[in-house]
Design a protein around this ligand. Structure first.
Ligand SMILES: Nc1nc2c(ncn2[C@@H]2O[C@H](COP(=O)(O)OP(=O)(O)OP(=O)(O)O)[C@@H](O)[C@H]2O)c(=O)[nH]1
Ligand SMILES: [Mg+2]
Length: 548
């Protein structure tokens, strides 16, 4: 469809539209907060909202984890357990910026959701618990960011507790992640003696004051490092250490290279305490100043310019029951080009149909607001019953299709039974709705042929979440039946089913995924290896996207 066939648009109108898009894009920042579990992502998110003016009072993520009430952990189970289970979109305005912030779950069992978020953002804030240094999950997430060349901003958190030496933390970034680190805000002490941060680029000391529960912005006084008040506030030892460390950094680390940051080759580092609001404003301001607006995305046909007159975007998340009263389903889209305005006709690339999406929303945790328009970089939500899956492209151009979002091979498999015969209807409905989120995958075994689907997920907690939600959102009781499988691979082969079956090692099974693609389930990694040795002609893949 050519846009000119919809309405007649003059050259001047085209020019002003593309200028408008470029103007809007330049004020957008779309980023995720990532890390190992418990480093403080949700706490930091809450504080960024506080400093961004999107919240008057920050909710607390308490140590006891019982009274938790935050904008981003809105699911019942998240509040109860005190951990993030699902990613959350928070869109808000700060000064002239429009921020699309995504808080992600750190637990590896929920990492499929986090990986998808990484496909939808232009930058990340990597949170590190300064008492623990770089942990395993942070490392994995970092590797994905590096592969995509996403700019990374680092926040060393929990400086209000005894921490590793700041120079050692910087050294870890360089050695463990092989990432050049440029400390922007340097900590003045740690634990009880954490008093402030030194902004190396502005050459200013920010002295912090504690506020009860960190609910309000922490008052800050800004000084020169030689100011007597700075010396008086810090112990003599801390002051001397800080001055020495800064001299070492200035001598050794070279200048700040924003281009290297934007290419994901260097990370600006900030130190602080999200719970106490220390260093949060320095991070927010630094992030806005040194990050850049949304980058154009690759479609199968090539790079799609942001000011393309065709609207385009892709689905990276589907969430059911954000509003349990309405049993609705929200489809989250990252806008990649053009301008969304209400009631334009879209093409749904996968099913090859035209579709009208009228209710586009700006999303803020559980809350939403009808949005009249959206621009590249925005994360918007559509409430729709149409068949959208993660990775789907929507565009006014029927020929535009974005590259697939990689899917990972599940590592845990279970059968899910309805445990109350009378509740089958709500069980079935709940399972269908929750599976549409595309987090838990469904497989069908070839033998024994049963209507009971086999569920696969990256980690077992995902099944627990499903059971909890079935009960909480659908009133359905369920029971899990463990299986012996631990590894799944998609396959390509010329063998017929009989021969293939004969070639399977003991305990392995054949099945299909939801799209009818053949898979093999193995009881262990060694069984997979054995199979590969015996059947070199069969190609196995850990993601269906890698198949030819
Ligand atoms: N002492 C101290 N505790 C903090 C700080 N920031 C966060 N915490 C605590 O650390 C715990 C985990 O915080 P969360 O914000 O839930 O961590 P998260 O990274 O979102 O965790 P997941 O989403 O489950 O991966 C909570 O008990 C917080 O109160 C801080 O600056 N200092
Ligand atoms: Mg969290």
């Amino acid at each position: 469809m050519d846009i000119s066939t919809q309405t007649v648009i003059t050259d001047t109108e085209l020019k002003s539209m593309s200028e408008e898009i470029r103007r809007e894009v330049s004020r957008r920042r779309t980023f995720a907060i990532i890390s190992h579990p418990d480093a403080g992502k949700t706490t930091l998110t809450e504080k960024l909202l506080l400093y961004g003016g999107a919240l008057d009072l920050a909710g607390s993520v308490t140590a006891k984890k019982r009274q938790r009430e935050t904008a981003s952990d809105w699911m019942e189970l998240e509040k109860k357990r005190g951990i993030s289970i699902s990613s959350t979109v928070l869109q808000f305005d700060y000064e002239n910026y429009r921020l699309n912030l995504l808080d992600t779950p750190g637990h590896k069992d929920f990492s499929e959701d986090t990986y998808r978020v990484l496909m939808a953002v232009d930058a990340v804030i990597m949170v590190i618990d300064a008492g623990k240094g770089i942990e395993s999950q942070t490392r994995k997430l970092f590797e994905i960011c590096r592969k995509r060349g996403i700019p990374i901003f680092t926040f060393m958190n929990k400086l209000d507790r005894p921490s590793m030496a700041p120079l050692e933390l910087i050294d870890q970034l360089e050695k463990v992640l092989n990432l050049h680190a440029f400390p922007v805000a340097w900590p003045l002490g740690n634990g009880q003696n954490f008093k402030g941060a030194y902004d190396r680029l502005r050459k200013e000391v920010h002295l912090f004051e504690r506020v009860p529960g960190g609910a309000y912005k922490a008052p800050v006084s800004i000084r020169d490092i030689r100011d007597p008040l700075v010396k008086d506030t810090l112990s003599e030892q801390t002051y001397n250490e800080v001055v020495e460390e800064i001299a070492i950094l200035d001598g050794a680390h070279g200048g700040f290279d924003r281009d290297a940051v934007l290419q994901g080759k260097a990370t600006p580092v900030f130190f602080g305490s999200a719970a106490n609001n220390f260093g949060v404003e320095l991070l927010l301001r630094g992030f806005l100043e040194y990050s850049s607006g949304p980058a154009p995305r690759n479609a199968i046909s090539g790079l799609i310019p942001l000011d393309n007159l065709h609207f385009s975007g892709f689905v990276f998340k589907v969430q059911t029951n954000m509003n349990p009263l309405h049993r609705d389903r929200m489809v989250f889209v990252r806008v990649c080009s053009g301008r969304f305005s209400r009631d334009i006709t879209m093409h749904h690339a996968r099913i090859g149909k035209e579709i009208r999406l009228s209710s586009c929303h700006n999303v803020f945790g559980r809350n939403r607001e009808i949005a009249g328009e959206a621009y590249p970089g925005d994360i918007i939500g559509f409430v729709t019953r149409a068949d959208f899956r993660v990775g789907d492209t929507i565009s006014t151009d029927p020929d535009l299709v974005f590259e697939e979002i990689p899917r990972f091979a599940p590592e845990c498999f279970t059968f899910l039974h309805n445990s109350l015969a009378s509740g089958y209807k709500s069980f079935r409905k709940g399972v269908d709705h929750l599976l549409a989120e595309d987090i838990v995958q469904v497989f069908h075994l070839q033998e024994p042929k049963s209507s009971l689907p086999l569920l696969g997920a990256v980690g077992p907690l995902q099944f627990e979440v499903m059971q909890y939600r079935l009960k909480d959102e659908y009133g359905a009781e369920s029971r899990l039946e463990a299986t012996q499988w631990k590894v799944l691979r998609w396959l390509e082969t010329h063998l017929n089913d009989m021969d293939l079956k004969r070639s399977l090692p003991h305990g392995a099974a054949l099945g299909t995924d939801e799209q009818g693609r053949m898979v093999i389930l193995f009881p262990a990694e060694w069984s997979l290896k054995y199979f590969l040795e015996k059947n070199p002609s069969i190609k196995l893949f850990d993601s269906p996207g890698k198949m030819g």
